[in-house]
Design a protein. Structure first.
Length: 171
């Protein structure tokens, strides 16, 4: 009986999914040999992790790509990472949607640079957006309403983000 329970627990653990598999890969990549302990212990630790990773099954490569893209947004683009985390439960969530959102951010950065606002202005604006739950129904960028969107063919197209935000606050 104990053997059956142990086997069931092992199977359940091994089928945790791509995210658990990636966390074990990350753990394995962070292992370093330490001269204060026998080198064989480090080899055994790596072998054990590789066995666990392998027993979890084949890697879901599309899911792997989404996790890698989200992970890469840490640091200066945490506001985008947070926005994408909010999209994760949407039907059809995939790497292509993440890439689309990253391209939107890239366009916004270029637009800010063209307006002379620079990256520091963009970062301060995106930090303010944490307090502003409004999301544009046109471009899906948080922090403004569609009537104040600066995207092409919108009312504030060609205006700076700063002017659009001032107009929105005044409304």
């Amino acid at each position: 009986m104990a053997n059956a329970i142990w086997n069931a627990l092992c199977i359940r653990h091994e089928k945790q999914g791509s995210y658990a598999q990636l966390m074990l890969i990350k753990e394995c990549l962070n292992i370093r040999f330490n001269l204060a302990m026998p080198l064989n212990k480090t080899i055994d630790q790596i072998d054990d992790l590789i066995t666990c990773i392998s027993n979890m099954g084949n890697m879901d490569w599309p899911k792997f790509k989404t996790i890698m893209l989200i992970n890469a947004l840490g640091g200066k683009l945490e506001h985008v990472q947070s926005h994408i985390h909010g999209m994760a439960d949407d039907p059809g969530f995939c790497a292509e949607k993440i890439i689309h959102r990253i391209h939107q951010e890239h366009d916004l950065i270029k637009h800010c640079a063209a307006q002379g606002e620079g990256l520091s202005a963009l970062i301060s604006q995106t930090k303010q957006q944490d307090c502003e739950p409004t999301i544009c129904s046109h471009c899906h960028w948080p922090g403004h309403m569609a009537e104040f969107c600066i995207s092409p063919s919108r009312k504030f197209a060609g205006h700076s983000l700063k002017k659009a935000r001032i107009a929105q606050r005044a409304a």
